[in-house]
Design a protein around this ligand. Structure first.
Ligand SMILES: C[S@@+](CC[C@H](N)C(=O)[O-])C[C@H]1O[C@@H](n2cnc3c(N)ncnc32)[C@H](O)[C@@H]1O
Length: 386
């Protein structure tokens, strides 16, 4: 039974729309505010929304050769004033907030026309902004009139439902995606072109603002887990649904234009979900905490042993209680491996485990190897796959 027939049956039986169970992996046809009202509260993990931009375009835009630029001049992008756009934004934000689980989050994407208006409303309604991401387009449309800078980016706002939400962020997956460097807030991704761009029978674009799958890949991989439910209230041709399915997440799409729904359905039907083992984020093992004192207790270093940094510029002696003592031109220092390492270098902090070294049988080792030795006694090593 699809969502429409389910709704009719329930209403015939006198049940209120809010009793409807969460439909998963369906596209719901109609106005997003009305449909969101019919869905259960605190039921979705993430919302990705690419709402109307309210571009306020005046007249046709032409290239220097007089050909017409296919901009966004559709009825769905037209609002009579900023006030009516704000009223619409507030109405769907309120529903979005009701539908999000308490630890859920929302992504909205927009241009300078609407993103500031959305940002201030998100804050006013209690969402907690986590980042604004600049999507830098490698192939933006030129500014044909030459009256302004080329508009080469859009902005995404990522916000938790509230300041206290324990929102999901797959930090390690993002770092891996960026060749082991922390992922930054400026993303360079081309516009959706080529084979990915859906076309109508006449060869024209199926949708004026189809987003690139690469953008949604990063959004979904960074902030959801396998099996999470992602709601997109402005589904268009279903980019969110296509990427969600590929990555093993569930989606709910809402869209009011029948043509876009048809394209989205056809598109999503061709998508295959990846192998679950390949989709799961690799969680870093929670390693047991080892105080430096245990190294002494277990006799891996003796009280009085001398530690030094890798360049042998600084040195300290180990006390029986696991503290270090050292002296330099600023005075005497006593405390943890981290505290003394930081004090000698005049830095606010220091990772003593990697800073301090010891020598044995003519070889120099960081004291971290002693911590690893203790950890290996506490927990067995991970099995190595064949
Ligand atoms: C910017 S486009 C989204 C494009 C989509 N992200 C994609 O990649 O194809 C906004 C979409 O929202 C739809 N829309 C606008 N107002 C709506 C409303 N009140 N309810 C449902 N859909 C709406 C439009 O028809 C349009 O397809």
């Amino acid at each position: 039974m699809n969502h429409d027939s389910l709704m009719k049956t329930l209403e015939k039986n006198g049940l209120k729309p809010s009793k409807i169970a969460l439909p998963r992996n369906e596209i719901l046809a109609g106005d997003c505010i009305e449909i969101m009202k019919s869905l259960p509260a605190r039921s979705v993990d993430l919302i990705f929304a690419d709402p109307p931009y309210n571009l306020q375009l005046g007249g046709d835009l032409t290239r220097p050769d007089q050909s017409k630029v296919a901009g966004v001049d559709d009825a769905w992008d037209k609002f009579s004033s900023f006030a009516s756009y704000d009223k619409f934004t507030k109405a769907w934000f309120l529903e979005a907030r009701r539908l999000l689980k308490d630890d859920g989050a929302i992504w909205v994407i927009g241009s300078y026309h609407n993103v500031f208006r959305m940002g201030s409303q998100l804050q006013d309604l209690g969402f907690w902004i986590l980042n604004d991401i600049v999507w830098r387009k490698t192939n933006p449309m030129p500014n044909f009139r030459g009256r302004r800078f080329t508009n080469a980016h859009e902005t995404l706002i990522w916000a938790a439902k509230s300041e206290n939400s324990k929102y999901r962020f797959n930090y390690d997956a993002m770092k891996a995606l960026n060749e082991d460097l922390q992922m930054r807030s400026d993303w360079t991704i081309p516009l959706c072109t080529g084979a990915e761009r859906l076309k109508k029978g006449d060869g024209n674009k199926a949708h004026p603002t189809q987003k690139p799958e690469a953008l949604l890949h990063r959004v979904i991989l960074s902030s959801t887990n396998i099996g999470d439910v992602i709601l997109d209230p402005f589904f268009g041709t279903g980019t969110t649904g296509a990427v969600a399915k590929k990555l093993g997440r569930d989606f709910i799409g809402i869209e009011r234009e029948k043509d876009y729904i048809a394209h989205a359905k056809e598109r999503i039907a061709t998508i295959k979900t990846g192998d679950e083992a390949m989709l799961k984020p690799i969680e870093k093992r929670e390693e047991p905490r080892v105080p430096f004192g245990q190294v002494i207790e277990q006799g891996l270093l003796q009280p009085g042993a001398v530690l030094f940094d890798h360049s042998r510029r600084y040195s300290a002696r180990v006390r029986a209680d696991g503290n270090l003592v050292a002296r330099n031109h600023t005075g005497d220092h006593k405390g943890s491996i981290h505290k003394v390492g930081a004090a000698l270098q005049g830095l606010p902090s220091c990772n003593g485990w990697t800073f301090w070294h010891f020598e044995t049988k003519g070889k120099v080792w960081p004291i971290d190897v002693l911590r690893q030795e203790i950890r290996s006694q506490i927990q067995p090593a991970l099995p190595v796959p064949n």
